[in-house]
Design a protein around this ligand. Sequence first.
Ligand code: GCO
Ligand code: MG
Length: 402
Amino acid sequence: MKIINCKTIITCPGRNFVTVKIETDEGVYGIGDATLNGRELAVVAYLEEHLFPCLIGRDPAQIEDIWQYLYRGAYWRRGPVTMTAIAGIDTALWDIKGKVAGLPLYELLGGRSRDGVMVYGHANGVEIEETVDEVAKYIDLGYKAIRAQCGVPGLPSTYGVAKDKMYYEPADAELPSENVWSTEKYMKHVPQLFERLRDKFGFDHHLLHDVHHRLTPIQAGRLGKDLEPYRLFWMEDAVPAENQESFRLIRQHTTTPLAVGEIFNTIFDCQQLITEQLIDYIRTTVVHAGGITHLRRIANLADLYHVRTGSHGATDLSPVCMGAALHFDTWVPNFGIQEYMRHTPETDEVFPHDYHFKDGYLHAGSKPGHGVDIDETLAARYPYKPAYLPVNRLEDGTMYNW
Ligand code: GCO
Ligand code: MG
């Protein structure tokens, strides 16, 4: 079998998605997600100009060799654009392998380790009481785990608080919109949110929270400590993680479990965090960390150090990524949890898939490959629209992390 054609399909059924399609001389094809929110066309150019020409004529069964060729062969390694492009190709190749074998992807990885994949949904509100109502809705839907975010008094808008509750999409403007941030106001407010939630709902559900890279290590240590009575499943992205060493300081001050990794793209971004047991959950995902081939390597390293997986699953990760992630989660021995932000009905229509939600769990389907396809005719009806994620400034105007 040989690869005879590769292309990207860009579609915007409510938000932008980049999909890789690899076709073979035997009519079997595979697809992979290559979406990088706000930087989509950089990945498209990298794929079309630099990677696709190297694939024509190759045997799609040689996934590992192709991965190494694209990673080592570039000389300029790593980075989100490169690794997202490699992930799109890698996912499509695993899809082809599954279809050729007539087996769902989780069977190729080693078979089922569990019946379903526990997911967490996103409850959020402008005020605490609105978040409380949203958490109640997720509990009614059967969720076992819920992420809770809330507006901060005195700040006009905050990360994680959505206009359209179920389908949060922060990339909302043709040029970046500007948010305002105050660590002091935020840190005072968050413990009140979780106190109220535990008071109202008790301790039967897992609660999670995303700090979105906004604290210093010592501030994160204090917030983690303040949240200890509410027994969070995790505190996510407490600090920007360029400096892995800085997690040691957080660890010294709190037993609140720590999660990080949605913007990591290789094992080297989390090597120290894992081997020094500075985190509890690694949140790298298929599309941004080099595909199934590389994510498996990260998870295997993590397993040695009691770190479990918690893959990113926001709406900017397409149903193709979600399908592949669910097969991965169904197999991976050190599974922790999977984020699940629902896609809009328009997106679900463009990407027909066979996974489904029931009682707090997502279930990977049993179709060969990862079980997700793309309707190219429908996709063509939604042309690409430039959209940026916001930027953040402190109250005095200083640029900050969003
Ligand atoms: C999450 C993330 C997202 C990101 C988004 C950026 O935990 O789901 O932090 O909300 O902000 O994926 O594109
Ligand atoms: Mg996050």
